[in-house]
Design a protein around this ligand. Structure first.
Ligand code: DX5
Ligand code: ZN
Length: 228
C-alpha cells in the first residue's frame, strides 16, 4: 500500500455532511470520522445514528476514530453499521486483543490509537492483532491544533516494530497534518494521513488532498523505511 489520505470531517460543515463527503470523494481514500463522547475527550461530536447515515450516503469507506470511553462496549456497533475501519484508543480499552478480534470478526479493519504521551512499546506484542496503528500528533479532542513534533521519534519507533516483525500494519497519523508537516510524518514512517483543517480549510479540498498525497509520496519514496 502506498500513501493514503483520510480527510477528517471534523473540519467540515456538519449541516451538510453528504455534500462535504462528496467534495473529497474524487481524490480521498477514506473519510475519517471523529466520534467523541465528552468523557474520553472534552468534546462531543457525533455517534452511531450519524455514522449509519454517512455509510448510506458516502462513496468513500468510513475510517472511524473512536475517542470514547468503553470502546469494548460501543466499538462493534460501528462495524455492524457498515464502517470499514474502526480505531479505538488503547487508553480507554479494557481488552484490546478481544476487541480487535471482535472487530475483525465483523469484517472491518481494527485500529489501535494512542495519545501523544502513550508509548507504543507496551503494545508491541499486540500489533499482529491489528490492521492499523494510529499515532495522535495532537491531544485528541479538537481539530485545528498545532502538530506535536515530539511524536516523530515514536512514529519512527512504530515503523521499526512493523518492519522488524514484517507486519502488514498501516501506520496512521492524526492531528496537525498539513503541507508543512506531512513530509516529516512520511519520512518517520507514517503511510496513512488524516487531515482536517488542511483539507476542509482549503478552497478546493479535492486539490488539497492531491497536493498532500504528492508531498507524502515523495517523502515516503526517499525514506529510510521504504528502502529494501
Ligand atoms: C482530533 C481528531 C482529528 C482532527 C484533525 O482529536 O482526531 O482527526 O480532526 O484535525 P486537524 O487536521 O485540523 O488537526
Ligand atoms: Zn481523528
Amino acid at each position: 500500500m502506498g500513501v493514503q489520505i483520510s480527510p477528517s470531517i471534523l473540519a467540515a460543515d456538519f449541516t451538510d455532511l453528504a455534500g462535504e463527503v462528496a467534495r473529497i470523494a474524487p481524490t480521498a481514500d477514506w473519510v475519517h470520522v471523529d466520534v467523541m463522547d465528552n468523557h474520553f475527550v472534552p468534546n462531543l461530536t457525533l455517534g452511531l445514528p450519524v455514522v449509519e447515515r454517512l455509510v448510506a450516503v458516502s462513496a468513500l469507506p468510513l475510517d472511524i476514530h473512536l475517542m470514547i470511553e468503553d470502546p469494548d462496549r460501543w466499538g462493534p456497533g460501528y462495524a455492524e453499521a457498515g464502517a470499514r475501519s474502526v480505531t479505538f484508543h488503547g487508553e480507554a480499552c479494557a481488552a484490546p486483543v478481544r476487541l480487535a478480534r471482535t472487530l475483525r470478526g465483523l469484517g472491518v479493519r481494527a485500529g489501535l490509537a494512542v495519545k501523544p504521551a502513550t508509548p507504543v512499546d507496551p503494545y508491541a506484542d499486540l500489533l499482529g492483532e491489528l490492521d492499523m496503528l494510529l499515532l495522535m500528533t495532537v491531544e485528541p479532542g479538537f481539530g485545528g491544533q498545532s502538530f506535536l513534533d515530539v511524536v516523530l521519534p515514536k512514529i519512527r519507533r512504530a515503523r521499526e516494530l512493523i518492519k522488524d516483525r514484517d507486519l502488514d500494519l498501516w501506520l496512521q497519523v492524526d492531528g496537525g497534518v498539513a503541507a508543512d508537516t506531512i513530509e516529516r510524518c512520511a519520512d518517520a514512517g507514517a503511510d496513512v494521513f488524516v487531515a482536517g483543517s488542511a483539507v476542509y480549510g482549503a478552497a478546493d479540498p479535492a486539490a488539497a488532498i492531491t497536493g498532500l498525497r504528492a508531498q507524502a509520496a515523495a517523502a515516503m519514496a526517499a525514506a529510510w523505511w521504504s528502502q529494501h
